[in-house]
Design a protein around this ligand. Structure first.
Ligand code: ADP
Length: 471
């Protein structure tokens, strides 16, 4: 079977969050299963682009509103990623340094989707499935079926994965001309709540829709940023498939970003080496439990409660705990965290920014990983933490609910709490401190147990193939 993944992110070429991890791993595992999976992305000016060799595979052009654009498609030459990676270049629109965050993002990603459809429309042998990820690719299922220019794609099955329904790519109807000419009777398939809504359109027009965990699918029927009724109505074609993790990239026994590699049998010494490096670098105390947070500093991740939760925990537990935060996001949260670092040197440190190497070192060196998320469709951080023997402290929501069992329950290995509030986090911190100082044997057992849990893509990649086969 031939599957084309279309996405705005793909690790290691361009990643802003979990979407990049998924699209960088799933195709590789699908290829391992004997299928042909490829990835198509916009061309951004990332380091990976300049560090690798590319060949030109196609050039074309399409109407875009009143204008015409030219595009070219290049392919990574070495195939070292485990799948073919194609980049679509549209001069002036896609070749920028950041992935998102430009005023003309809607225009950029719509032009990208048109170019992708136009290119595949020219293929002699069509793929079996075009698998689109999140709203940046949400207009493709509609275009494949109803735009006159792409009628060679009518027999290809569109599949769509919702990684995050908070962002939907809304477009005002005044931009209707962005979408190439289509069967006018079908305009309703583009719309939700009086706007062109790419996420809603993808849910309506795809043959199958997946969400990145089963719990998230249930949550979307009651809370989906306005799309609850649509998820309810379309539930027959929706299915939750839990994300996996790429065991080659996230492997403490081969990880190049940590000072000493380790496995379940050497976890105590291995983690200590990473913890020492972290504590040296961030002036923390290696004897104290180290709780870390890694992620976008936004409301979804409940980053706004971190400053108060950290402050009150330090007071409540007499400073017997250290915190380290890696992330960037809302300016108020960033400045509150920076202020906290000045108030509590030796107890708290913050790295504002994005650093893949530091994230690996933190998963390895931390004792606990905190995720108080309000919304967590799947969450990969907790799975990385498990792989590195770090106890996840999570709010019971979405994918966190599906992957973490509280240590108070049978064969539990994590800490769970119910509310995204400083009080609940403080209580969870108290339990972590108790584990660290008073229940060492249990903590050591938990580390070994967690490291042996298999969250690799093997199972989920098969589930996707079975889903395509139903089509
Ligand atoms: P999201 O909702 O942001 O996609 P996920 O848990 O699905 O959340 O995935 C987050 C991914 O992004 C993980 O690989 C995590 O390590 C990474 N990540 C998030 N913020 C940072 C950062 N500031 N530096 C390095 N990696 C980060």
């Amino acid at each position: 079977m031939e599957i084309i993944h279309v996405s705005a992110e793909c690790y290691p070429y361009a990643k802003a969050g979990g979407l990049g991890d998924v699209v960088g791993a799933l195709p590789k595992y699908q290829n391992h299963l004997g299928h042909i999976a490829k990835v198509v992305m916009p061309m951004y000016r990332t380091k990976f682009l300049y560090d690798n060799e590319w060949e030109l595979v196609h050039q074309g052009g399409q109407q875009f509103g009143l204008n015409w654009f030219h595009y070219s498609v290049i392919k990574e030459k070495s195939n070292k990623l485990g799948f073919d990676l194609f980049l679509v270049d549209i001069n002036g629109l896609l070749d920028r340094e950041k992935i998102y965050g430009y005023d003309d993002d809607a225009e950029r990603f719509t032009a990208f989707q048109i170019a992708v459809c136009d290119w595949i429309n020219h293929w002699q042998n069509k793929p079996d499935v075009i698998h689109c990820h999140d709203h940046h690719t949400g207009l493709i299922p509609f275009m494949m079926q109803y735009c006159f220019a792409f009628e060679n794609l009518r027999n290809v099955s569109p599949v769509f994965t919702v990684h995050n329904a908070q962002y939907q790519g809304w477009l005002d109807w005044s931009h209707y001309h962005f979408v190439p000419t289509y069967d006018g009777w079908r305009w309703g398939l583009l719309e939700w709540d009086k706007k062109i809504n790419p996420l809603a359109s993808a849910i309506k027009c795809s043959k199958k829709v997946t969400t990145v965990s089963s719990s998230y699918l249930e949550e979307l029927k009651v809370s989906a940023n306005g799309l609850e009724k649509l998820f309810e109505y379309e539930q027959g074609k929706c299915v939750g498939i839990l994300n996996g993790i790429d065991n080659d990239v996230w492997n403490p026994s081969t990880d190049e970003f940590i000072p000493e590699n380790f496995d379940a049998s050497t976890v105590t010494d291995g983690k200590l080496a990473s913890k020492k490096e972290l504590c040296n670098r961030f002036q923390l105390d290696v004897e104290k439990p180290l709780i870390v947070f890694i992620g976008r500093l936004v409301g979804e991740k409940a980053a706004d409660i971190l400053p108060e939760a950290i402050r009150s925990s330090i007071f409540e537990y007499n400073g017997n705990v250290n915190f380290l935060v890696l992330g960037s996001g809302e300016p108020e949260v960033e400045s509150e965290l920076n202020w906290l670092k000045l108030q509590f040197p030796g107890y708290v440190n913050i790295f504002i920014g994005y650093s893949e190497p530091l994230s690996h070192l933190m998963y390895a060196g931390a004792d606990f990983l905190l995720m108080p998320s309000r919304v967590e469709p799947c969450g990969l951080n907790q799975m990385y933490a498990l792989r590195y023997g770090t106890v996840p402290m999570v709010r019971s929501t979405g994918g966190l609910l599906d992957t973490v069992i509280d240590f108070g329950d049978w064969q539990g290995f994590g800490i769970r709490f119910n509310n995204a509030t400083p009080e609940d986090v403080k209580h969870a911190v108290g339990r972590a401190i108790d584990l660290f100082y008073n229940k060492k044997n249990l903590l050591f057992w938990m580390r070994e147990f967690m490291m042996n849990i298999d969250h690799s893509w093997d199972t989920s990649a098969k589930q996707y193939i079975e889903l395509y086969e139903e089509l």
